[in-house]
Each structure stands twice: as C-alpha cells, then as structure tokens.
Design a protein around this ligand. Structure first.
Ligand code: MF3
Ligand code: CO
Length: 248
C-alpha cells in the first residue's frame, strides 16, 4: 500500500532528515585513515541520542547496528568493524533516523584520505546519478523515469547498477511501497503523486552488478570484488517538485 503524506508529516520527516544530514557532515570530518567504522557507529548512536532521535536500523529485522558501513567491494549492509579504515578505501555510511516516529534515510560514500582516480570517478558518477534520479521525482512522472535516468547515466560512464537492492517508500516504517529500482525503462511503474516520500539510493559498481551475501547474512559484496559506491537521499514529491529531506 502506498501511504501519501500530508505537508505536516513531510515537515516531521524533514526534521528527522536535518539531524541525519548534520550527522553525515560530522562523519565527513571524522573519516580519515585509522578510524574504525565501529567508532563511527558509536558516534552516530551518541549524536542521535543527543538530538532526541533514535537509529531505526538497529534491531530492524535483527540488524545489529545503528549504521551500515560498507567498505570498498561491499555494496551495502556491511557491519561496522573494529578494523581501521585505510588510506585509499571508500566507505558508505547508511543510516535511518527516527524522530518522534517519523523517519529519514540517507547513505553517503566517503573517500578515506587520497583515493585512486578510479575510485574518485566512481564516487562522482554515483553521486551525480542520484541527482539525475531526483530531477525525475516529480508528480506525473513514473518510477521508471527515475530508474532510467540513473541507469543510462551510469552505463554511459561504464558502470553497472545494482539490481538486488532498490529505493523505497518511507514514512513511519523504513520500507513502504513503491519500490524504486535504479535500472529499467522510462515511462513504466507507479505514477508519482504529490505527498509520496521515497528514497533514491543508487549503488554503482565498477564491474559486475551481481552481488553475493556473506555468512553474516547481511553484508552484500560485488561478485567480482570490484568497488561499489552509493548515495541516498529521502525525497518528498511536492507541488514545487522534488524536496530533498536529507539535504546536507
Ligand atoms: N537504509 C537502508 C535502505 O536504504 C535500510 C537498511 S536495512 C537495515 O534501505 F536492516 F540495515 F536496516
Ligand atoms: Co539507507
């Protein structure tokens, strides 16, 4: 079922999104060689508590942490670890913030120190693909218009788009309808309407789009071990166009 939100509810989600965005800005300053994703996860727990919010991912279908921390070939849902990040790594930090029962979801990929030109370009193209998807998030378009904008840009730059994980509706629960694939033909899928709130969260890979899941049941990696990056915003569809609720 698709749950349309009132402008008051969207304001509540925007308040959650503002905390999330500010938290990402802090993380950007913390990321450097030597820090662990465990420490970042601890930081996020404290930051959210100080701001009257809670980490919605913790306990979601048994997921054990506040954040997902996905390093290099990990596509998504990596566990925070006590192993230090190394110069040249890329790491995606993903979290869902709950403020007074309303949610916002945003993932961001970060470079650790200086990264290779290949990694840097992957980050740039993935971030740009998110914004091209967001441009299509207007009432009257269809989900497929978002999907197509992302996939065509990614493929023009030689990258593949992950298929196993999609964006989604969000509100008082993390995953609602509609689902938002980051690949597929334009003009298809559910019609976008004012009051819909969705995530757009493209994961782009240097090699194959195929994923494998680790023994922990969560960590999704590229099958060929090549790099993967992800950027995600929570977007409201409004009369004035797409409104980014997690804008940094
Ligand atoms: N934030 C994720 C998303 O973008 C959801 C994470 S699933 C969890 O859809 F179990 F890790 F919480
Ligand atoms: Co997310």
């Amino acid at each position: 079922m698709m749950i349309l939100k009132t402008s008051e509810q969207i304001e509540q989600m925007k308040a959650a999104g503002a905390i999330l965005a500010a938290c990402h800005r802090k993380i950007a300053k913390l990321i450097r060689p030597g820090i662990t994703t465990w420490e970042i996860d601890q930081f996020v727990e404290e930051y959210l508590a100080e701001h009257g919010a809670t980490p919605e991912q913790k306990g979601y279908h048994g997921y054990p942490y506040a954040t997902c921390a996905s390093v290099n070939d990990v596509i998504c849902h990596g566990f925070p670890r006590k192993e230090p990040l190394l110069e040249g790594d890329i790491v995606t930090i993903d979290m869902v913030v709950n403020l007074n029962g309303w949610l916002a979801d945003s993932a961001w990929s970060y470079a650790v120190g200086t990264v290779s030109p290949e990694a840097k370009r992957l980050l740039e193209v993935t971030e740009k693909s998110l914004y091209l998807g967001i441009e299509q998030a207007v009432a009257g378009n269809r989900i497929g218009d978002i999907s197509h904008a992302i996939q065509s840009y990614a493929q023009q730059h030689g990258y593949s788009v992950v298929r196993e994980f999609t964006g989604h509706g969000i509100g008082q629960s993390i995953h609602e309808e509609p689902y938002v694939p980051h690949f597929g033909p334009p003009g298809r899928g559910p019609l976008l309407k004012e009051g819909m709130v969705i995530t757009i969260e493209p994961m782009l890979n240097i090699g194959t789009y195929h994923a494998t899941i680790d023994e922990d049941g969560w960590t999704a990696r590229t099958r060929d071990g090549k790099l993967s990056a992800q950027y995600e915003h929570t977007i409201a569809i409004t009369a004035d166009g797409p409104l980014i609720l997690t804008k940094q």
